[in-house]
Design a binder for this molecule. Structure first.
Ligand SMILES: [Mg+2]
Length: 307
C-alpha cells in the first residue's frame, strides 16, 4: 500500500463565481500545485469528488449554492470531509467568521485577496494536510510487514458490508495462519521469524490487487484478506492459489512437514444481509481456519455463510 502523498504535486481547487477572482487567485498560487477551478457551488462539489483536491479556496458569496452550503456538504461526505477549506470572503465581522468556522472551514482570507497572505495560508494548510495524510496512512499500516493492519481491515470490512447491503453481492474473506510458526521461531530465532512474516505478507499482498481487495496482518502470524464480490467457489480458488504462492517462496522450515514454510487458510463468502455481518464473516473464516489446522495444515477449508 503506497500512496505518494509526499512526492506528488499538491492539488488546489479554486471556487469563485467571478472568473476574475479565479484568475487572480490562480496567479497567486501558480507555483504551489496543480490548479483546478469551478465557477459555482454545484460545480465545486462535482470537481471535489472527482479531483480530490488537497485544499479548496472557496468563495462564500455565490448564487444558488453559496460557499457555506458547499462546505457543509463537503463535511458530510466521508471521502471529502478531510479536505481543508479556506473561505475567501468580502464580508467581515466576528459573526461571519464564526459562521465560516462553524461550516467547517480551517481558515479564511478576506477580499480583495493579498498575494503574500494567500500564499502563506495555502502553504500552511497544505503542509498540515500532508502531515495528516501521512499520519492516517501510518495508522493503517502494520509496522513489521508494511501491509495494512487489523484496524485498517476492521474499518474496511465495515464499509464494504454497508456497501454490499445497498447493492447485494458476496464478500469473500480468507484467514491465513503460518503453519508451526512457533517452531520456526524456536529453530531459527525471532529475527528470522520476522523476515519470514515479511516475505509471506508481501506474497499475500500481491495476490490482493483488484480494486477493493485488502490484505492485512491480523495479529501474530495471522493474516486476513478481504475480497469484495467474491463467491464461495472463487474464494476457495483464491485460497488454493495463495497456498501455492506461499509454497513457491520455499522458505526453509525444518519443523514443518514439507521442509518449507506453509500456511493454512480458512475461507468464507456471504452476502451481508444484516448488521454485524462483518463480525459473522470473520468468525466463520476463523472457524474454517481452525478446521484447516486440525485436519492437517497446508490446505484451504471453506465455511459457507448461513450454513
Ligand atoms: Mg462571489
Amino acid at each position: 500500500m503506497t500512496d505518494q502523498c509526499e512526492s506528488r504535486e499538491a492539488r488546489i481547487l479554486i471556487v469563485d463565481d467571478s472568473p476574475m477572482s479565479v484568475r487572480l487567485l490562480s496567479h497567486y498560487v501558480r507555483d504551489m500545485g496543480n490548479i483546478q477551478f469551478a465557477l459555482s457551488g454545484m460545480e465545486a462539489l462535482e470537481m471535489a469528488a472527482e479531483y480530490l483536491p488537497d485544499i479548496i479556496l472557496l468563495d462564500v458569496e455565490m448564487p444558488v449554492l453559496d460557499g457555506l452550503e458547499v462546505c457543509q456538504e463537503l463535511k458530510q461526505r466521508d471521502a471529502l470531509k478531510d479536505i481543508p477549506v479556506i473561505f475567501v470572503t468580502a464580508r467581515t465581522g466576528a459573526e461571519h467568521e464564526v459562521a465560516c468556522l462553524a461550516a467547517g472551514a480551517v481558515d479564511f482570507i478576506s477580499k480583495p485577496p493579498n498575494e503574500p497572505v494567500v500564499r502563506a495560508r495555502v502553504r500552511t494548510h497544505l503542509t498540515l494536510k500532508r502531515q495528516a495524510d501521512l499520519l492516517r496512512e501510518l495508522a493503517a499500516i502494520d509496522g513489521l510487514t508494511g501491509i495494512h493492519n487489523r484496524r485498517s481491515f476492521d474499518e474496511r470490512i465495515t464499509v464494504e458490508c454497508r456497501r454490499h447491503r445497498r447493492t447485494p453481492a458476496p464478500i469473500g474473506i480468507a484467514m491465513i495462519d503460518v503453519d508451526h510458526f512457533k517452531r520456526f521461531n524456536d529453530l531459527y530465532g525471532h529475527l528470522a521469524g520476522d523476515a519470514c512474516l515479511k516475505q509471506i505478507a508481501e506474497a499475500i499482498d500481491t495476490t490482493a490487487r483488484r480494486p477493493g481487495d485488502l490484505a492485512a496482518r491480523y495479529g501474530g502470524e495471522e493474516f486476513v484478506v478481504l475480497l469484495p464480490n467474491t463467491d464461495a467457489d472463487a474464494v476457495v480458488r483464491y485460497g488454493e492459489y495463495l497456498l501455492e504462492r506461499i509454497r513457491e517462496l520455499k522458505i526453509p522450515h525444518e519443523g514443518n512437514e514439507l521442509g518449507i514454510a506453509t500456511v493454512s487458510i480458512g475461507v468464507t463468502s456471504g452476502e451481508p444481509v444484516a448488521d454485524g455481518c462483518n463480525v459473522a464473516l470473520v468468525s466463520l473464516a476463523d472457524e474454517a481456519l481452525y478446521e484447516a489446522k486440525r485436519s492437517g495444515r497446508n490446505k484451504v477449508c471453506l465455511r459457507e455463510f448461513g450454513e
